[in-house]
Design a protein around this ligand. Structure first.
Ligand code: ADP
Ligand code: MG
Length: 140
């Protein structure tokens, strides 16, 4: 059982609805420690770079516009098997299909405005964490 760090983003929809406190509480109650955190507003080029894996998808420009529409809260969170654990407690991409008791079921609105992002692999967790944070900002 390895301790793993993963990247979480509380997205603009949840920030606008003042749900960040509830989501942070949920994450901590599931056993995660928050080891880095900052509130930022992405510009278009940054959002395009972060989601570049999706740049051929029909929803790409809409996703970028959504992600730059307001502040986001970016976090590195840590727990045992943290990458898969966070994906599990986030729930499916579409909140309507997400399992009961998951963040997206509780706080998401639709397939785009789904409250949170979480890295989908350990490799991507490392890449995404260094996209947002330098070593001095990570307190583990
Ligand atoms: P996840 O965030 O669950 O890993 P994806 O990596 O497939 O999901 O997609 C990244 C983000 O793009 C989603 O969280 C969601 O905000 C948005 N998205 C995914 N699919 C769609 C879609 N069909 N229409 C609009 N937005 C979408
Ligand atoms: Mg993804």
């Amino acid at each position: 059982m390895d301790i793993q760090q993963t990247l979480s983003i509380i997205k603009p929809d949840a920030m606008k609805s003042k749900l960040s406190g509830k989501i942070i509480n949920f994450i901590e109650e599931k056993g995660f420690s928050i080891i880095a955190q900052k509130k930022i507003i992405l510009v278009q080029k940054q959002a395009e770079a972060f989601y570049s894996v999706h740049n051929e998808r029909p929803f790409f420009q809409e996703l970028v516009s959504f992600m730059i529409s307001g502040p986001i809260l970016v976090q590195i969170i840590e727990a045992k098997e943290g990458v898969s654990l966070y994906r599990k407690i986030m729930g499916s991409t579409n909140p309507k299909e997400a399992e009961e008791g998951t963040i997206r079921k509780l706080y998401g609105t639709d397939i785009q405005c789904n409250a949170v992002h979480g890295s989908d692999s350990l490799e991507n967790a490392n890449i995404e964490s260094s996209f947002f944070f330098n070593k001095l900002e990570i307190i583990s």
